[in-house]
Design a binder for this molecule. Structure first.
Ligand code: HXC
Length: 510
C-alpha cells in the first residue's frame, strides 16, 4: 500500500506541474499566476477538490499522440468561498496554451453539469489560445456543448468569467453568455479574431491590447463589467462579488452580519441636491450613504457612466441599485446606459434581488447619433426590464424625473412597489424652459409673459406634489431619512410574490 500511495502522490505531483517548470516560470515572468495558484487564491484555504487531473487528450493528428500532458489544459473542481460552495474551472496556459480539445471541453462540461444540478455558482478563469487547432471539429463540438450549458444555466445559477490572459476565438463566447465578465488590466485580452486576421481582412494594424484589452472592453464595447490590476486583486474582488449573490434563483443571498443601524440618519443628504437645477451632484454619495457600511460593488463602472449599477446591502441583504448620475451627461438616458441598466435589472430579477432605483433624469438623449443607433429599441430594453421584473422595486426620485424617462426609471406605472420622492423632486413632461417655449410659442417675443408662464409652470409642475396627489408617489420623504425609509420599504416587501402570465419566454427588444 505504501508504494501505491507513493505512486499516487507522484502522479498527482506530475499532474500539478501542468506543462512543466519552464512554462510555469514563463507564466510567472509575465506577472500571471498558474491555474492552480489562481484557484487556491480564489477559494477558501484548503477547500479545493480537483476533478479529472489525469485526463489526457485523444488526438492522434499532427503528431499529437506524442504530446501528452495530464489535465489537458484546464483545471476543474469545486471548493468554497466564505463557506459557500462554488464550482470552478481555470484554463491552464502552460498546457498547450490552455487550448480547448474535446476532452478539455468534457472536463468543463462535467463541472457545468454538476454546478447546475447542485444549484451553485460557477466561475471560469480564462487564459487560453482558443480551439486546439490540431483537433479540428472535435474542438468546435466541444465549444458548442459548453455554450449550450451556459445557456441552460443562465438565470438559474450565477455564472462569472474572469479573463486573466488571452481569450480568443471560441473561448470568448462562453464568457459572453455568463452573467459577468471581469478582466485583468494589461495582460488579458478578448477578441473573436486576433490582430493578424484583422490585418489580413481589413488592413487595420492593431495590437492585442488595442483590439481587445481591458480598457477597450470596459469603456467602449461594454463586454467586460470591470477590470483589476493583477490576478490577486481580481480574484479577491470575485470573492467579494460572490458574497453579494445567491447560490441560485431559488435561494437568498447570504445574510451578512451587519453593524450599520438600519435607521441611520444622514443630515448631509438634505443639502446634496443643489438649488440650481442645472448643477450636477454626485449620486454615488447618496448610494454610499444609503447602503450598509458604504459597501457598494459597482458593475460597469467605466461604461455609460450616466447610469450607475451595482450591488449593495440593506440590513445585511443584497440589493441591486440603479441610479442616474447627474455628473455625467446630466444623467440623461441614452442607448448605452439603457442597455447597461436593462441587463443589470434582469440579472437582479432572475436572482430575486430587490431593485432600488435612484432617479434624477432629464429625459432621453436627443440627436441623430442616438436615433440612428436605435435609441428607441435600447431605451425599450430598460423599460421592458423594469416592467417584467417581479422583485421588490423601491424608487426614490431625488430631483428630475422628466418625460418617458420618468416612466422607465422604476415608476409606479411599471409596478414600482414603493415610490418615494424627495421634496426637491420635479416630475413633469419636461423642464420649464422647454415646456414654455412649446406651449406659449406665441408669447416668445414678450419676455415678461414668458417669465410669468415659466413661474406658473415651475410652481405647478416642478415639484413632487402633482404626482403625489395622484398616488404615483407614495410619500415625499426627508432626504436625511432615506436609508430608514428604504430599509423599511424593503422589509415590508420581503415576502412579495408576483407572477407574470405563463409564456415560453418573452420577446425583449434585442
Ligand atoms: C493548439 C496552441 C493554441 C491552439 C496556443 N497553443 N494556442 N496549441 N491550439 N489554439 C500552444 C502553442 O503552440 C504553444 O505551444 C503554447 O500553446 C503557448 O503558445 P505561444 O504562442 O507560445 O504563446 P504566446 O506567444 O503567449 O501567444 C498566445 C496566443 C497564441 C496569442 C494565444 O498562442 C495564439 O495566437 N494562439 C492561436 C490562437 C488561435 O487562433 N486560436 C484558434 C481560434 S479559432 P508550445 O508547445 O510551443 O509551448 C477558434 C474557433 C472556435 O477558437 C470557434 C468556436 C465557436
Amino acid at each position: 500500500m505504501k508504494n501505491v500511495i507513493a505512486e499516487l502522490e507522484k502522479r498527482r505531483e506530475q499532474a500539478r506541474l501542468g506543462g512543466g517548470q519552464n512554462r510555469v516560470d514563463a507564466q510567472h515572468e509575465r506577472g500571471k499566476l498558474t491555474a492552480r495558484e489562481r484557484i487556491e487564491a480564489f477559494l477558501d484555504e484548503g477547500s479545493f477538490e480537483e476533478f479529472d487531473m489525469y485526463v489526457q487528450h485523444k488526438c492522434t493528428d499532427f503528431g499529437m499522440e506524442k504530446v501528452k500532458m495530464p489535465g489537458d489544459g484546464v483545471v476543474t473542481g469545486w471548493g468554497t468561498v466564505n463557506g459557500r460552495i462554488v464550482y470552478i474551472f481555470a484554463k491552464d496556459f502552460t498546457v498547450l496554451g490552455g487550448s480547448l480539445s474535446w476532452t478539455h471541453a468534457q472536463k468543463i462540461i462535467k463541472i457545468q453539469d454538476m454546478a447546475l444540478k447542485s444549484r451553485a455558482p460557477i466561475i471560469g478563469l480564462f487564459d487560453a489560445g482558443g480551439a486546439r487547432i490540431q483537433e479540428g471539429v472535435d474542438a468546435l463540438g466541444g465549444y458548442g456543448e459548453v455554450f449550450q450549458r451556459n445557456v441552460m444555466s443562465s438565470g438559474v445559477i450565477p455564472q462569472i468569467s474572469l479573463i486573466m490572459g488571452p481569450c480568443a476565438g471560441g473561448d470568448v463566447y462562453s464568457p459572453a453568455m455568463t452573467d459577468f465578465i471581469f478582466m485583468v488590466r494589461d495582460r488579458s485580452y478578448m477578441f473573436v479574431t486576433g490582430p493578424e486576421v484583422v490585418k489580413t481582412v481589413t488592413n487595420e494594424e492593431v495590437t492585442s491590447e488595442q483590439l481587445g484589452g481591458a480598457s477597450v472592453h470596459t469603456t467602449k464595447s461594454s463586454i467586460a463589467d470591470g477590470a483589476y490590476d493583477d490576478d490577486i486583486e481580481a480574484l479577491s474582488q470575485m470573492r467579494r462579488l460572490i458574497d453579494f449573490l445567491p447560490a441560485n434563483n431559488f435561494s437568498d443571498p447570504p445574510l451578512l452580519d451587519n453593524f450599520d443601524p438600519w435607521d441611520r440618519e444622514e443630515p448631509s443628504l438634505d443639502t446634496l441636491v443643489p438649488n440650481n437645477p442645472n448643477k450636477p451632484y454626485d449620486m454615488k454619495e447618496l448610494i454610499l450613504k444609503l447602503v450598509d457600511e458604504g459597501d457598494f460593488f459597482e458593475i460597469q463602472e467605466s461604461f455609460a457612466r450616466n447610469i450607475i449599477t451595482g450591488f449593495g446591502r440593506m440590513e445585511g441583504r443584497t440589493i441591486g441599485i440603479v441610479a442616474n448620475q447627474p455628473m455625467v451627461l446630466a444623467g440623461v438616458l441614452d442607448s448605452d446606459c439603457s442597455r447597461k441598466a436593462a441587463r443589470f435589472v434582469r440579472f437582479c430579477d432572475a436572482f430575486e434581488i430587490p431593485v432600488v432605483t435612484l432617479v434624477d433624469v432629464p429625459g432621453f438623449l436627443p440627436g441623430t447619433d442616438q436615433e440612428y443607433g436605435g435609441l428607441i429599441k435600447h431605451g425599450a430594453k430598460l423599460l421592458f426590464a423594469y416592467a417584467e421584473a417581479t422583485v421588490p422595486k423601491v424608487t426614490v426620485i431625488t430631483r428630475k424625473a422628466y418625460g418617458g424617462a420618468y416612466d422607465v426609471m422604476g415608476s409606479k406605472h411599471l409596478r414600482g412597489d414603493v415610490n418615494y420622492a424627495w421634496p426637491s423632486a420635479q416630475i413633469a413632461v419636461m423642464g420649464a424652459k422647454g415646456a414654455v417655449e412649446i406651449i406659449f410659442r406665441k408669447d416668445l417675443d414678450d419676455p415678461d409673459k414668458i417669465a410669468a408662464h415659466t413661474k406658473d409652470y415651475e410652481d405647478r409642475f416642478l415639484s413632487p406634489f402633482v404626482a403625489a396627489e395622484r398616488g404615483f408617489i407614495d410619500e415625499v420623504i426627508m432626504p436625511f431619512r432615506t436609508r430608514l425609509r428604504v430599509s423599511r420599504a424593503l422589509r415590508m416587501l420581503r415576502n412579495k410574490r408576483l407572477e407574470n402570465p405563463w409564456k415560453k419566454h418573452d420577446n425583449i427588444p434585442l
